[in-house]
Ligand binder design. Structure first.
Ligand code: C5P
Length: 221
Protein backbone atom coordinates (compact mmCIF):
# COMPACT_ATOMS: atom_id res chain seq x y z
CA UNK A 1 0.00 0.00 0.00
CA UNK A 2 1.13 3.55 -0.79
CA UNK A 3 2.10 6.35 1.54
CA UNK A 4 -0.71 8.95 1.60
CA UNK A 5 0.23 12.28 3.16
CA UNK A 6 -3.47 13.19 3.37
CA UNK A 7 -4.59 10.11 5.30
CA UNK A 8 -5.85 11.05 8.79
CA UNK A 9 -3.59 10.32 11.78
CA UNK A 10 -4.30 9.76 15.47
CA UNK A 11 -1.15 10.01 17.62
CA UNK A 12 -0.94 8.26 20.99
CA UNK A 13 2.20 9.21 22.93
CA UNK A 14 3.24 8.52 26.49
CA UNK A 15 5.72 6.70 28.73
CA UNK A 16 6.24 2.91 28.75
CA UNK A 17 3.41 0.96 30.36
CA UNK A 18 0.90 3.82 30.08
CA UNK A 19 -1.37 1.55 28.02
CA UNK A 20 -0.49 3.16 24.68
CA UNK A 21 0.22 -0.14 22.95
CA UNK A 22 -3.04 -1.80 23.96
CA UNK A 23 -5.09 1.32 23.29
CA UNK A 24 -3.45 2.05 19.95
CA UNK A 25 -4.32 -1.49 18.77
CA UNK A 26 -7.90 -1.12 20.01
CA UNK A 27 -8.37 2.29 18.39
CA UNK A 28 -6.86 1.05 15.10
CA UNK A 29 -9.14 -2.02 15.15
CA UNK A 30 -12.22 0.08 15.91
CA UNK A 31 -11.46 2.54 13.10
CA UNK A 32 -10.15 -0.10 10.67
CA UNK A 33 -6.93 1.92 10.31
CA UNK A 34 -3.24 0.99 10.11
CA UNK A 35 -1.06 0.88 13.20
CA UNK A 36 2.49 2.13 13.73
CA UNK A 37 4.29 0.79 16.82
CA UNK A 38 7.24 3.17 16.62
CA UNK A 39 8.79 1.85 19.85
CA UNK A 40 9.21 -1.53 18.15
CA UNK A 41 11.47 0.15 15.57
CA UNK A 42 13.86 1.40 18.29
CA UNK A 43 13.70 -2.00 20.00
CA UNK A 44 14.58 -3.68 16.68
CA UNK A 45 17.58 -1.38 16.14
CA UNK A 46 18.89 -2.19 19.64
CA UNK A 47 18.28 -5.95 19.27
CA UNK A 48 19.94 -6.13 15.85
CA UNK A 49 22.89 -4.09 17.14
CA UNK A 50 23.34 -6.65 19.91
CA UNK A 51 23.19 -9.50 17.41
CA UNK A 52 25.79 -7.80 15.23
CA UNK A 53 28.00 -6.83 18.19
CA UNK A 54 27.54 -3.10 17.49
CA UNK A 55 27.99 -0.91 20.55
CA UNK A 56 24.80 0.99 21.50
CA UNK A 57 26.78 4.24 21.57
CA UNK A 58 28.32 3.69 18.10
CA UNK A 59 25.98 6.05 16.25
CA UNK A 60 27.73 5.72 12.89
CA UNK A 61 27.51 1.92 12.74
CA UNK A 62 23.92 1.95 13.99
CA UNK A 63 22.91 4.41 11.25
CA UNK A 64 24.72 2.28 8.62
CA UNK A 65 22.83 -0.82 9.79
CA UNK A 66 19.31 0.66 9.62
CA UNK A 67 18.77 0.69 5.80
CA UNK A 68 19.63 -3.04 5.70
CA UNK A 69 16.83 -4.01 8.07
CA UNK A 70 13.91 -5.73 6.31
CA UNK A 71 11.13 -5.33 8.86
CA UNK A 72 7.77 -7.14 8.56
CA UNK A 73 5.01 -6.62 11.15
CA UNK A 74 2.16 -9.12 11.34
CA UNK A 75 -0.05 -8.48 14.38
CA UNK A 76 2.16 -9.13 17.43
CA UNK A 77 4.81 -10.82 15.31
CA UNK A 78 7.88 -8.99 14.06
CA UNK A 79 10.29 -10.50 11.55
CA UNK A 80 13.60 -8.82 10.80
CA UNK A 81 15.76 -10.07 7.95
CA UNK A 82 13.84 -13.34 8.11
CA UNK A 83 14.30 -13.90 11.89
CA UNK A 84 11.42 -13.83 14.37
CA UNK A 85 12.32 -11.12 16.94
CA UNK A 86 8.85 -10.92 18.53
CA UNK A 87 9.85 -12.01 22.05
CA UNK A 88 13.44 -10.77 21.98
CA UNK A 89 12.37 -7.13 21.54
CA UNK A 90 9.72 -7.21 24.31
CA UNK A 91 11.93 -7.78 27.37
CA UNK A 92 12.65 -5.02 29.90
CA UNK A 93 16.32 -5.05 28.90
CA UNK A 94 15.36 -4.56 25.24
CA UNK A 95 13.30 -1.53 26.29
CA UNK A 96 16.22 0.01 28.16
CA UNK A 97 18.56 -0.67 25.19
CA UNK A 98 15.95 0.87 22.85
CA UNK A 99 15.90 4.06 24.93
CA UNK A 100 19.70 4.26 24.63
CA UNK A 101 19.71 4.14 20.82
CA UNK A 102 16.62 6.40 20.74
CA UNK A 103 18.63 9.18 22.40
CA UNK A 104 20.95 9.39 19.36
CA UNK A 105 19.85 12.15 16.93
CA UNK A 106 21.11 10.44 13.74
CA UNK A 107 19.37 7.18 14.64
CA UNK A 108 16.10 9.10 15.12
CA UNK A 109 16.65 10.87 11.82
CA UNK A 110 17.13 7.67 9.85
CA UNK A 111 13.97 6.15 11.32
CA UNK A 112 11.89 9.26 10.57
CA UNK A 113 11.19 8.52 6.88
CA UNK A 114 10.34 4.93 7.67
CA UNK A 115 7.83 6.09 10.28
CA UNK A 116 6.20 8.62 7.95
CA UNK A 117 5.74 5.89 5.30
CA UNK A 118 3.18 4.20 7.57
CA UNK A 119 0.71 7.04 6.89
CA UNK A 120 -1.68 5.30 4.50
CA UNK A 121 -5.39 5.36 3.65
CA UNK A 122 -7.84 5.00 5.26
CA UNK A 123 -5.84 6.27 8.28
CA UNK A 124 -3.11 5.63 10.83
CA UNK A 125 -2.90 5.25 14.60
CA UNK A 126 0.69 6.06 15.61
CA UNK A 127 1.99 4.90 18.99
CA UNK A 128 5.20 6.35 20.46
CA UNK A 129 6.90 9.18 22.32
CA UNK A 130 7.13 11.91 19.67
CA UNK A 131 4.34 11.01 17.23
CA UNK A 132 2.38 14.21 17.93
CA UNK A 133 5.38 16.50 18.43
CA UNK A 134 7.83 15.45 15.68
CA UNK A 135 6.70 12.68 13.32
CA UNK A 136 3.05 13.69 12.66
CA UNK A 137 2.74 17.27 13.97
CA UNK A 138 -0.21 17.81 11.58
CA UNK A 139 -2.30 14.99 13.12
CA UNK A 140 -5.92 15.99 13.79
CA UNK A 141 -6.14 13.99 17.02
CA UNK A 142 -3.31 13.84 19.56
CA UNK A 143 -3.46 11.90 22.79
CA UNK A 144 -0.87 11.85 25.59
CA UNK A 145 -1.41 8.90 27.94
CA UNK A 146 0.16 8.88 31.37
CA UNK A 147 -0.03 6.84 34.61
CA UNK A 148 2.04 6.53 37.78
CA UNK A 149 5.31 4.57 37.43
CA UNK A 150 4.07 1.92 39.92
CA UNK A 151 0.87 1.27 37.99
CA UNK A 152 2.81 1.14 34.72
CA UNK A 153 5.32 -1.38 36.14
CA UNK A 154 2.42 -3.53 37.35
CA UNK A 155 0.77 -3.48 33.94
CA UNK A 156 4.01 -4.47 32.22
CA UNK A 157 4.49 -7.24 34.77
CA UNK A 158 1.08 -8.75 33.98
CA UNK A 159 1.60 -8.31 30.24
CA UNK A 160 4.95 -10.10 30.21
CA UNK A 161 3.75 -12.83 32.60
CA UNK A 162 0.80 -13.51 30.30
CA UNK A 163 3.28 -14.03 27.50
CA UNK A 164 5.00 -16.67 29.65
CA UNK A 165 8.16 -14.57 30.18
CA UNK A 166 9.90 -14.65 33.56
CA UNK A 167 9.85 -11.18 35.15
CA UNK A 168 10.52 -9.42 38.43
CA UNK A 169 8.31 -6.50 39.45
CA UNK A 170 11.05 -4.51 41.17
CA UNK A 171 13.37 -4.84 38.14
CA UNK A 172 10.53 -3.66 35.90
CA UNK A 173 9.88 -0.59 38.06
CA UNK A 174 13.58 0.30 37.97
CA UNK A 175 13.71 -0.17 34.20
CA UNK A 176 10.63 2.01 33.73
CA UNK A 177 12.13 4.76 35.90
CA UNK A 178 15.47 4.56 34.08
CA UNK A 179 13.75 4.78 30.69
CA UNK A 180 11.46 7.62 31.81
CA UNK A 181 14.42 9.68 32.95
CA UNK A 182 16.26 9.11 29.67
CA UNK A 183 13.19 9.65 27.45
CA UNK A 184 12.08 12.83 29.22
CA UNK A 185 15.56 14.28 29.61
CA UNK A 186 17.08 13.74 26.17
CA UNK A 187 17.96 16.67 23.96
CA UNK A 188 16.18 15.45 20.79
CA UNK A 189 12.44 14.69 20.68
CA UNK A 190 12.04 14.34 24.46
CA UNK A 191 8.92 12.66 25.77
CA UNK A 192 6.41 15.46 26.32
CA UNK A 193 2.82 16.18 25.30
CA UNK A 194 2.24 18.18 22.13
CA UNK A 195 0.76 21.60 22.94
CA UNK A 196 -2.53 20.50 21.30
CA UNK A 197 -2.68 16.99 22.83
CA UNK A 198 -5.44 15.71 25.08
CA UNK A 199 -3.66 14.48 28.24
CA UNK A 200 -5.24 11.42 29.86
CA UNK A 201 -3.99 10.13 33.22
CA UNK A 202 -5.06 6.48 33.21
CA UNK A 203 -3.79 5.62 36.72
CA UNK A 204 -7.35 5.14 38.01
CA UNK A 205 -9.05 4.29 34.72
CA UNK A 206 -9.93 1.03 32.98
CA UNK A 207 -8.85 0.40 29.40
CA UNK A 208 -12.51 0.61 28.33
CA UNK A 209 -12.87 4.09 29.91
CA UNK A 210 -9.72 5.37 28.22
CA UNK A 211 -10.82 3.88 24.89
CA UNK A 212 -14.15 5.72 25.09
CA UNK A 213 -12.39 8.97 25.89
CA UNK A 214 -10.03 8.57 22.91
CA UNK A 215 -12.85 7.63 20.51
CA UNK A 216 -14.82 10.69 21.62
CA UNK A 217 -11.78 12.85 20.85
CA UNK A 218 -11.29 11.16 17.45
CA UNK A 219 -14.89 11.84 16.48
CA UNK A 220 -14.35 15.58 17.15
CA UNK A 221 -11.63 15.42 14.43
O1 C5P B 1 7.10 2.21 23.37
P1 C5P B 1 8.26 1.31 23.70
O2 C5P B 1 8.34 0.94 25.15
O3 C5P B 1 8.28 0.08 22.84
O4 C5P B 1 9.57 2.16 23.34
C1 C5P B 1 10.87 1.71 23.61
C2 C5P B 1 11.81 2.91 23.68
O5 C5P B 1 11.94 3.48 22.37
C3 C5P B 1 11.34 4.06 24.56
O6 C5P B 1 11.79 3.94 25.89
C4 C5P B 1 11.94 5.28 23.89
O7 C5P B 1 13.23 5.55 24.34
C5 C5P B 1 12.04 4.89 22.44
N1 C5P B 1 11.00 5.50 21.61
C6 C5P B 1 11.23 6.78 21.16
N2 C5P B 1 10.35 7.39 20.33
C7 C5P B 1 9.25 6.74 19.92
C8 C5P B 1 8.97 5.43 20.41
C9 C5P B 1 9.87 4.85 21.27
O8 C5P B 1 12.22 7.40 21.52
N3 C5P B 1 8.42 7.34 19.09
Amino acid sequence: MQHDANAPVVTIDGPGGSGKGTLSSLVAAELGWHLLDSGALYRIVAAMARRQAIDLTDEKSLVAMIPNLQIAFDGDRVDVNGDDLSDEIRTGEAGVAASQVAALPEVRDSILTLQKSFQRAPGLVADGRDMGTVVFPQAATKIFLDASAEVRANRRYKQLKNKGLSVNLRDLLEQIQERDARDRGRAVAPLKPAADALIIDSTQMTIEEVLQMIMAEVSKG
